[in-house]
Design a protein around this ligand. Structure first.
Ligand code: DQA
Length: 149
């Protein structure tokens, strides 16, 4: 099983960026955490981070008929990007949305998630643990969806 894990803009600044909201661990630590969680579950991880909306759209399209699942933290594009929503719908790869912070308790402009409309589940406010929960959930969801032999 292969998962594409996408992190959006400014997540590469973890550790430096607003540590009171996003924590003190850096992006390298997050990548390592996600990688190890996938390996523990027997999943092949493909990690991708970009600060550019079009690059994220291109990467989702490239996953067509390649990745079994997508885990995405679209970061600020969560609240603006119909293009990322449409890309997820286009490839129709089961996707789970993750946010480090509890977005529902933050500013009003963070209350909408466009990519989330194409995701089967969202984890928010759990820090790094949200990615692990997303990996476990998506793995189980994909396994249960398989027709019995
Ligand atoms: C975020 C929440 C977004 O609102 C914000 O723009 C981010 C990070 C999170 O992980 O909590 O960049 O996606």
């Amino acid at each position: 099983m292969k998962f594409l894990i996408i992190n959006g803009p400014n997540l590469n600044m973890l550790g430096i960026r607003e540590p009171d909201i996003y924590g003190t661990q850096n992006f390298r630590a997050l990548q390592r955490y996600i990688y190890d969680c996938c390996l523990d579950e027997g999943i092949e991880p493909v990690l991708f981070q970009s600060n550019h909306e079009g690059a994220i759209v291109d990467r989702i399209q490239a996953a067509y008929r390649d990745a079994d699942g997508i885990i995405i933290n679209p970061a600020a594009y969560t609240h603006t990007s119909v293009a990322i929503l449409d890309a997820l719908k286009a490839v129709a790869i089961p996707a789970v949305e993750v946010h480090l912070s509890e977005v529902s308790a933050r500013e009003s402009f963070r209350q909408i998630s466009y990519p989330g409309m194409a995701c089967i589940r969202t984890y928010a406010g759990m820090g790094f643990e949200g990615y692990r929960q997303a990996i476990l959930f998506l793995k189980e969801w994909l396994q249960n969806k398989q027709p019995p032999i």
